[in-house]
Design a protein around this ligand. Sequence first.
Ligand code: DQA
Length: 148
Amino acid sequence: MTCSILILNGPNLNLLGTRQPEVYGPTTLADIEALCQTKAAALGVDVTFAQSNHEGELIDMLHAARGTHAGIILNAGAYTHTSVALMDAISSIMVPVVELHLSNIHAREVFRQTSYIAPVAVGQICGFGAAGYPLAIDAILSYIGEAK
Ligand code: DQA
């Protein structure tokens, strides 16, 4: 069976390209999805790419990943810094999650330096802009490969 990865994007990431390009870069979310699909095709894995501005929808998508996806890449946007509910969802699903951010959250405002995702993720990639997405695909596949 082909390995399937879910790439989940949280609030305001639908606005990439026009949203604070000095922080998040000029690349749109559609560009990033294309980058991920090209990478996935080269590696022979399936990628499902999704975005929601709603915490509950993100939680529903995490739950639905059980039995469907071998791993998840999650850019939870601002929910990273607030959502115990997303943290609990990750703890509940038994699917490995790589935490991802375009910006280096550790070099920004103090409130962005706390992540509720980090303690329940297998690892974190941040600060590499759109290039972080293909890096995260390599990271989750390496983790899954070693866990087998
Ligand atoms: C972000 C960082 C978050 O602090 C912010 O709220 C975002 C984007 C990033 O990708 O750098 O929405 O997750």
